[in-house]
Ligand binder design. Structure first.
Ligand code: SF4
Length: 333
């Protein structure tokens, strides 16, 4: 690890000002950044520690939703009674990620901003356009079992690693930020992550120094919520394919469905047209096939990850059909 400067932020705006300096990086739980620094994948010259800031808590909003402070730990969020009763898919996604020790340290904002686990990104001897723009992509033609099949570019096929962000995408979360000049932004999560294009080193639309202060959720929509994750072992593994879903319907009839997928794209993958194809449809008819076609439009495997395309089709079909199967009680969770 290289030497670096260090300071403790006393306020969100002070943090944003310090974080805007060239070479600066925020650190909160440090569960991803410290690994990246030890491997010299990231080499900040100054760390701005957010650990003394108010984590923000989990509070109801006037609109009937929830406001989650940026510094709330993944453990605290997954244990929050309102999250467990009203947003169970968020609690399930959080508990499907990492280990209890990591969830105790990891924060809401840090979880959104964690970087891909593409093995070539972490290996400084390999070509990687995300780590070192213009050097190429080791995963194309390499061992790409964990990489993405949709939303990719010729520069990068990395998959987004977060489970929580997939749930946030299905729940229509909004990311609140503060910038160095004190202005704030509210960024819908649908516009928060960038696709790689020819700038895969940029994961999000955040500007230098822009600090996440909270994430807000609208009131939960009606329907059965769930988070299903397929992975190589039962715990402490990233998703091969995951689906966060909210399905309203009964007796095989879908009224409305939302679903976001993890493990298959550079960002949590949600396609409005795929959801629209299910509105008012039968779960045992052709609509689910059509929805999966729309979800996976343009999808292409890269060898070792070809299996993800049929796998996500089967998982979406299973999750939606199960949610409206005859006798299924309409509830959250
Ligand atoms: Fe780097 Fe992206 Fe290629 Fe992985 S897929 S090696 S992160 S450019």
């Amino acid at each position: 690890m290289r030497s670096f400067g260090y300071e403790r932020a006393g306020s969100p705006q002070g943090a944003a000002q310090a974080g805007a300096a060239s070479g600066a990086a925020f650190i909160a739980g440090g569960t991803n950044l410290l690994d990246l620094m030890k491997l010299e994948v990231e080499t900040p010259t100054r760390l701005v520690d957010l650990g003394r800031l108010d984590p923000g808590g989990v509070h109801p909003t006037a609109e009937g939703g929830l406001r989650i402070g940026a510094g709330v730990s993944n453990s605290a969020l997954s244990a929050d009674p309102t999250v467990r009763s009203q947003y169970p898919l968020l609690a399930q996604a959080l508990l499907a990620g990492a280990s209890p020790q990591l969830r105790n340290r990891a924060t809401t904002a840090g979880n959104l901003l964690q970087r891909t686990r593409c093995v070539y990104f972490y290996d400084t001897a390999s070509a990687c356009n995300k780590r070192a723009p213009g050097t190429g992509c080791g995963a194309m033609g390499g061992v790409n079992r964990m990489n993405a099949v949709v939303g990719t570019s010729s520069a990068c096929i990395a998959a987004h690693p977060s489970d929580m962000a997939v749930a946030m995408m299905a729940l229509d979360a909004t990311v609140e930020t503060v910038t160095a000049n004190g202005a704030g932004r509210r960024i819908p999560i649908t516009g928060f992550y960038r696709l790689p294009g020819n700038t895969p080193h940029l994961d999000t639309v955040l500007q230098p120094g822009e600090l996440i202060t909270a994430v807000t959720l609208p009131p939960p929509p009606p329907g059965v919520q769930g988070y299903r994750k397929i992975r190589d072992r039962a715990s402490y593994a990233f998703a091969l394919v995951s689906v966060a879903s909210i399905v309203d319907g009964s007796d095989g009839q879908i009224r409305q469905a939302r679903f976001a997928c993890g493990g298959i794209a550079p960002r949590p993958w949600r396609v409005e047209a795929a959801e629209a194809a299910l509105t008012g449809a039968r779960a045992d008819g052709p609509a689910l096939d059509r929805a999966c076609d729309l979800l996976l439009q343009g999808a292409a495997g890269h060898g070792y990850n070809d299996f993800k395309i049929p796998m996500v089709r089967r998982l979406v079909t299973h999750v939606v059909a199960q949610a409206v199967r005859p006798g299924q009680e309409q509830r959250n969770g």
